[in-house]
Design a protein around this ligand. Sequence first.
Ligand code: SER
Length: 342
Amino acid sequence: MRKHAIFITGASGEVGHALIHHLAADSDNRLLTLDLKALPPDIASLATHVQGDMLDTNLLARLVSEYEIDTIYHLAALLSTRAEFSPEMAHQVNVEGMLTLLKLAAEQSQWRNRPIQFVFPSSIAIYGMPDPESKALYNRVREFEWNQPRTMYGCNKIYGEMLGNYYSKHFRQLAAEAPVHIDFRCVRFPGLISAFTLPSGGTSDYGPEMLHAAAKGEPYACFVREDARIPFMTMPDAVRSLLLLSHAPAEKLTRRVYNVTSFSLSAGEIRDRVLAAFPDAQITFAPDLKRQAIVDSWPADLDDSAARRDWGWSPQHDVDAAFDDYLIPNIRERYRRKEETQ
Ligand code: SER
């Protein structure tokens, strides 16, 4: 008998790390994870991990011969800054990877004649504000507005959303065989901030980097201007949104792709909050004009009212709770412990 499993790609990344903690808390969940890297030690015992490439079709064939995959969290991606340095590789990972996983989901559905849930994190990077005036005027964008990404990552993510939508609604629309059932559900994240991990290769990374550098007592030169503004939310809220959407009754969903967010802050306002907690922090601003231009193309805030209405989304951490209850105490503790063990 093949074993039932929840399959998570990109499992060793930031979102994977937090998601695995949550899913593993329910002993009914068997987690099968895939990443080019090993799982971080603190979650290594929580999943059956396969270290390998999701584009390796032999590897995927071996996995589906052993497991019945009921749900897929497809988290693997090259983020926005990194993708600009290797756009073709980004296309391969972000688009070919998506297609490979959707194909796997379609096969699973067909063989077993049942729906497979496919959960996909998309991004604020799918938006493209053309100029500062539009960004100021259209402050909180809705899902269908300004879908003109400036980055390869944004292009890849919006096409990923479209592929998910297509596979769930129209795939094989002219074929004689029975249709496949892919239950595709997607959230568009703002910048994410975790107290326990740091992102790599993203353009919203200045938020978490500033905070972690201050807690470590290291100087930080922020790569965007003080007035650069985008929305953020905490990693626990990001994971909550994925799980809430995954568990929402299908009949409540009026769309397949939803904005989710919590608070909108400028880089200067993040600096002020960091300084309030770490008064000795040395934070300067040394904008990198090219990365700045990417942040300028992202909206100042997201309208997540559809998610609130359809599946009861609301973040647990507003801006005060994010810094005072989650980020600052946990980051302090994290680096205090590290110092003690050195
Ligand atoms: N955090 C991501 C990035 O900066 C945006 O989704 O690339």
